[in-house]
Design a protein around this ligand. Structure first.
Ligand code: MSP
Length: 661
């Protein structure tokens, strides 16, 4: 049996769950549910990261012990996951004994491999931040960039992990396993980081105590990332134990792009040293902003509360929106308006209509019970067409979910939903019902509409489990039959034969009541905190007047030109933007360690693969904007006023980030 072990990052307990955490966990949940439905031996893990300075400080600020804070916040996470209908098989806390044992075990293995040595970590230290800074980070002479306070040169004894020994082996692993880090752009980012050479890693601290002690030297606590990453293994019990043998290596670590280096460099190096197999895939997703802004505690408008949204529009609607709106891997922008827009168009209209119309015609013309299909009609004309679409969609959706592309999967399912709505329109059961000679045709078309609905419900179940269950009950799949239908992925060749002849149907119902303008206003009132309601659309969405005016012949001053931060950027990845013929979404390396995502209107002039590795001129300080739901942070310069005629370039190989003046 195929094994599928998927994990989310474990969340810090210094913060309560927000949209970003909910997103990762929902994606992992949907993928786990899908893999269970295709019969894989599935395990899905999430949990909390409870050690480290960050948590210690957050606890102190609230006058609590770190333990107490963790105990409180962990409940918020657990409750949220129940509300979000997350079906995780296990939940790990890094303060649990089972975890601490495995962390100590990994430490000992790394030590036994000769990869731990004692030294001193030196650097400029800011006491307020409790963090070391590099020379280049300091401002105004020798001041910390955050607090603008004098830093001091400190040296802390520390154990180092000889990570530098593993760079080559890890690069080889990347070569032999092209799917190790996905999507491609993130892989390229890690590979170029590895090629620049690895340094040894400081893996213990002495300046605070909230952590797991270093075996044999209680003065030190183990570096929080070594501690945290081990959760993926410690949740399976002792190394070599039954669960470990069954599920390790993990199939997929699903992570946000912020923690890529830890997962794709540190963790594999530790595992190589400890003599343990590496995870199969590290799948990296992008970053959600809220109305163009980064989610942050100090910006109330960006603190989207998933629990509140789920309460108001239903958890399935929220899961649908988050998984459908942005292809996994890309950055996206969350707005309440787009949430409501998709809710109305795709749930209330497309899916909601199919539910109410197919059940209405069944109640009216088929006595509210599943009617018989009529064999000879199944392959003919309109009836044959929809069956073909359904069979295709089942295969395609399965492929997308196997490839961790839930947005594409939902797009495919909606092709069937829309096709089924058209089918009801085209076959017109209400007309067929007027002619007793056409009873068989009437029954068949009602049956196929119901079958299409049932099929769509089963495919949508990993993303919208409650909705799927409701729909299946409505089409007469109740009790064990309903459970079974959800638990098993539909088989393409069985399309049209899944329902039970004569099974009583539910009454036509409105699953997703339309959100009209008045309700929308009321919801926005509730969702957007009063102190964040400026009445203005987000700055990023507004074109700047200057940009509108600019045309040939307008002079700019030297200062104006100087405000443009032009840089050499290297293209790491390029992909089409779904349903936008002219657009490509690129990630580019601008030399600051954080690749940028940009949407560029160059798809008609370049194929994505032609762009990877090219150096272009990049406007780095253009205000971020959202284009077709995809975040764009900058602009690639190209030649051509309307059509793109060529791409900007520099005439020699210069490192990304080089300034252009
Ligand atoms: N504790 C570490 C992870 C250790 S894993 C061994 C950590 N925790 S966190 O609480 O900060 O959560 C990080 C994860 O939350 C991100 O990797 C991402 O999966 C998710 N997100 C948090 N904010 C997010 C967005 N704004 N957008 C998308 N996902 C985000 O880092």
């Amino acid at each position: 049996m195929t094994r599928f072990y998927i994990t989310t990052p474990i969340y810090y307990v210094n913060d309560v769950p927000h949209l970003g955490h909910a997103y990762t966990t929902m994606v992992a949940d949907a993928l786990a549910r899908f893999h269970r439905s295709v019969g894989d031996d599935t395990r899905f893990l999430t949990g909390t990261d409870e050690h480290g300075l960050k948590v210690e400080q957050a606890a102190a600020a609230r006058g609590l012990s770190p333990n107490k804070l963790a105990d409180q916040v962990v409940e918020r996470f657990r409750d949220t996951w129940v509300q979000m209908n997350i079906a995780n098989d296990d939940f790990i806390r890094t303060t649990e004994p089972r975890h601490k044992q495995v962390v100590a075990d990994i430490w000992r293995r790394i030590d036994a491999a000769g990869d731990i040595y004692k030294g001193a970590y030196e650097g400029w230290y800011c006491v307020s931040c409790e963090a070391y800074y590099g020379e280049g980070d300091l401002v105004e002479g020798k001041k910390c960039p955050v607090h603008k306070r004098e830093v001091s040169w400190l040296s802390e004894p520390t154990y180092f992990f000889k990570m530098s020994r593993y760079g080559e082996r890890l690069l080889e692993h990347f070569e032999k396993n092209p799917g190790f880090v996905q999507p491609e752009g993130y892989k390229n980012e890690v590979v170029s980081f590895l090629k620049s050479g690895l340094r040894d890693l400081s893996v213990s601290r002495t300046t605070f105590k909230w952590g797991i002690p270093v075996p044999g030297d209680e003065e030190h606590v183990i570096y929080v990332w070594l501690d945290a990453l081990t959760n993926y293994m410690s949740a399976l019990g002792p190394i070599g134990g039954e669960l470990h043998r069954r599920y390790w290596p993990a199939t997929c670590h699903l992570i946000g792009k912020d923690i890529l280096k830890f997962h794709a460099v540190y963790w594999p190096c530790m595992l190589l040293s400890a003599g343990l197999p590496l995870p199969e895939t590290i799948f990296t997703h992008g970053w959600w902003t809220v109305r163009g802004e980064k989610i942050s505690k100090s910006m109330p408008a960006t603190r989207v509360d998933p629990n509140q949204l789920a309460e108001d529009i239903g958890v399935d609607a929220l899961r649908y929106y988050l998984l459908r709106e942005v292809p996994l891997g890309l950055d996206g922008d969350f707005t309440y308006e787009s949430l409501i827009g998709r809710y109305n168009a795709e749930l209330a209209n497309d899916l909601g209509n199919l539910v109410s119309r197919s059940l209405t015609v069944a109640a009216k013309f088929c006595a509210g019970a599943v009617p018989p299909a009529h064999g000879p009609l199944a392959t003919s004309g309109r009836h044959g067409e929809i069956a073909q679409v359904a069979r295709q969609v089942i295969g395609e959706t399965e492929g997308h979910l196997r490839a961790c592309a839930p947005s594409r999967a939902l797009e495919a399912i909606w092709r069937l939903v829309r096709e089924a709505n058209r089918y009801v329109n085209d076959t017109q059961p209400w007309v067929l019902a007027k002619d007793p000679q056409r009873k068989e045709e009437l029954d068949h078309s009602v049956r196929i509409a119901l079958e299409a609905l049932c099929c769509a419900a089963r495919m949508v179940a990993p993303v919208m489990p409650k909705t799927a269950e409701k729909i299946l009950a409505l089409v007469g799949m109740v009790g064990a039959r309903g459970q079974e239908a959800i638990a098993r992925w539909p088989v393409a060749d069985r399309f049209g034969q899944e329902l039970e002849l004569g099974a009583p149907l539910g009454a036509s119902t409105i699953l997703f009541p339309r959100i009209d303008e008045a309700r929308q206003a009321a919801l926005l009132e509730r969702w957007i905190p009063t102190d964040a309601r400026a009445g203005e659309p987000p700055a990023a969405a507004k074109p700047s007047p200057a940009a509108e005016k600019t045309s040939d012949g307008v002079e700019v001053t030297f200062e104006e030109f100087g405000r443009m931060d032009l840089r050499v950027a290297r293209v790491l990845s390029a992909e089409p933007v779904p349903k936008a013929k002219k657009l490509l979404v690129l990630t580019v390396d601008v030399g600051d360690g954080t690749p940028r995502q940009v949407v560029a209107g160059i798809a008609e002039a370049f194929r994505p693969e032609e762009l990877i590795g090219r150096s272009v001129i990049f406007l780095a300080n253009l205000k971020p904007a959202t284009i077709r739901g995809v975040t764009s942070q900058g602009m690639i310069l190209a030649a051509g006023a309307d059509a793109v005629l060529g791409l900007s370039a520099v005439d020699r190989d210069l490192p990304p980030g080089t300034r252009i003046r």
